[in-house]
Design a protein around this ligand. Structure first.
Ligand code: PGA
Length: 250
């Protein structure tokens, strides 16, 4: 990784209780050290913990994000849903959108596009996830799928400054399998080139996500096109998460 800002986004998924808020102490302490000045650490716990997390991290260098939101910008009769205003209101600066776990349960590109628009209106920063399934990869459709997800997700969006991207091959999420370094480097360069050319973004940031752990972090960090990691399973264990940050930065 060459960029001076390296992202470490902790995606806790549907894990965590009030007790887990305590684990933040260790991360806050680490972030204060001069060595980790370039590490951009963003916690994305479930909705139920956002408020508690915010109380712990405000006035620190750690930032807060939500894992999703509803596409409706206004408040409304959507049982069980939370919109961009609500996540902003509890201290979020970021939001993960288009995660494959949501895409696979029916979230359409159109809904993702509306969510992007709603979050940008609230001045939230977006982590837009894209990725192909194993079946699509085997059929050599990876680039086609990634381009489609990008084009549809960002349809009619003029100002893309607040959007960063996460390339998460679906076959590597939670499986322990990570792409070969050369393949990943090539893929991320292709994604960046496409974003630059299609959306006229000068220096798009693309993170990698999928089974990042303390063991493979030292290998993955050598891939120069990547700007950081979106970390699921390993981020729920504070020691593993810290280990990933240390192995990447040192
Ligand atoms: P994983 O998840 O690190 O557990 O593979 C990554 C993600 O889904 O964002």
């Amino acid at each position: 990784m060459t960029n001076n800002k390296i992202y470490f986004i902790a995606n806790w998924k549907m894990y965590g209780t009030l007790k887990s808020v305590q684990s933040l102490k260790t991360v806050i302490k680490l972030k204060k050290m001069q060595n980790y000045k370039n590490a951009k650490i963003i916690y994305c716990p479930p909705f139920t913990l956002l408020d508690q997390f915010y109380k712990k991290i405000k006035n620190t260098q750690i930032e807060l994000g939500a894992q999703n939101c509803h596409f409706n910008f206004e408040f409304g009769p959507f049982t069980g849903a939370v919109n961009s205003k609500m996540i902003k209101n509890v201290g979020c600066k970021y939001v993960i959108l288009g995660h494959s776990e949501n895409r696979s349960s029916g979230e359409s590109d159109k809904a993702i596009n509306l969510k992007v628009k709603s979050c940008l209106k609230e001045k939230l920063k977006i982590i837009l996830c894209i990725g192909e399934t194993l079946k699509e990869r085997r059929k050599n459709k990876t680039n086609h799928i990634l381009k489609k997800q990008l084009i549809n997700g960002l349809k009619n969006i003029k100002n893309k400054n607040n959007i960063i991207f996460a390339y998460e091959p679906v076959w590597s999420i939670g499986t322990g399998v990570v792409p070969k370094s050369q393949d990943l480097e090539k893929q991320v360069i292709q994604i960046k080139n496409f974003i630059k050319q299609k959306f006229r973004m000068k220096d798009p940031k693309v993170l990698y996500g999928g089974s990042v752990n303390p063991k493979n972090a030292s290998i993955l960090k050598q891939i120069s096109s990547i700007n950081g990691f979106l970390i699921g399973g390993a981020s729920q264990n504070v020691n593993k998460f810290i280990d990933i940050v240390k192995k990447t930065i040192n």
